[in-house]
Design a protein around this ligand. Structure first.
Ligand SMILES: [Zn+2]
Length: 275
């Protein structure tokens, strides 16, 4: 059976927020994972530039995505998703922000996409409910995976960033968004593992940036410091890496899937594998 990898990004979660919020699911995952709480995202530390760096494996100066409205300017470049597709893996994305589908590389090589903008806002204010549709969005993932036998998936969880922008990073509403996300993540992972073809899935869970006050545009430790956890067969358990860069995730995921490592990628394979 092919290796399966699910990359989960929980948007805008500061490392110290995982201490301040009650996150029993992520605490338990961490005890079974290789992890770092003291990594660095790229600058500009915004959602689209950082996700592009995660999947392209290069800094923003090279991929050209400097804002949340940009498109990659680099051409003829092989990303993590491109490598997976070339190796006959099925690739997929389950996202609530369609712009993210530009961050994987050549969209022709993305086999399956589920997109659902589950909430509405106008002029920085929420219109209608947030958490019920967020839960429905999360619940839909397993149906998507049962329908499509995806090998490499990006799954995006947006809530903490939304509430950080509304009420401020580390506000009680922001920490609540992390706590709800933690609970829903636990249920989602349990349900995924109950699908026979996904029982041996590797999970890599991370964030794209932190935040300070109601933003994450400044180059501050609060916005630049990020974390990751990787859990699965053949990955060291309860193993702390002192540091990592978001640029290390593409080569590390490639290693997990036994894919070629593009020499143009700027990170290194993290020391998380048992052999
Ligand atoms: Zn973000």
């Amino acid at each position: 059976m092919k290796a399966k990898l699910i990359i989960i990004t929980i948007d805008g979660v500061r490392s110290d927020a995982l201490v301040a919020a009650r996150t029993p699911v992520l605490d338990e995952i961490k005890s079974q994972a290789s992890y770092s709480m003291n990594g660095q995202t790229i600058y500009p530390c915004a959602t689209l530039p950082a996700h592009t760096s995660l999947f392209y494996g290069i800094k923003a100066e090279q991929h050209g995505v400097l804002t949340n409205e940009s498109y990659p300017t680099i051409r003829n470049f092989t990303t993590l998703f491109d490598e997976a597709w070339l190796a006959d893996y099925k690739t997929g994305a389950y996202v609530s922000w369609f712009q993210l589908t530009n961050t994987y590389g050549d969209r022709e090589k993305l086999n399956y996409v589920h997109f659902n903008r589950f909430y509405k806002r106008r002029e920085g204010r929420l219109i209608g409910d947030f958490y019920d549709p967020y839960e429905s969005y999360m619940r839909g993932l397993c149906g998507f995976l049962r329908q499509h036998d995806i090998d490499l998936l990006h799954f995006y969880m947006e809530a903490p960033d939304v509430w950080g922008h509304f009420n401020g990073w580390m506000s009680k509403e922001y920490l609540h968004a992390i706590e709800v996300s933690d609970r829903l993540l636990g249920r989602t992972i349990d349900e995924i593992r109950a699908i026979p073809t996904f029982a041996e899935t590797t999970f890599l869970i991370t964030t794209d940036h932190g935040g300070l006050d109601k933003e994450h545009v400044e180059d501050t430790p609060e916005s630049r410091t990020i974390w990751f956890m990787a859990m699965g067969t053949g990955i060291k358990q309860n193993y702390a890496l002192k540091e990592f860069s978001i640029l290390d995730l593409a080569p590390t995921c490639a290693r997990r899937l036994a894919l070629p490592i593009n020499p143009q990628w700027q990170g290194t394979v993290l020391d998380i594998f048992t052999q």
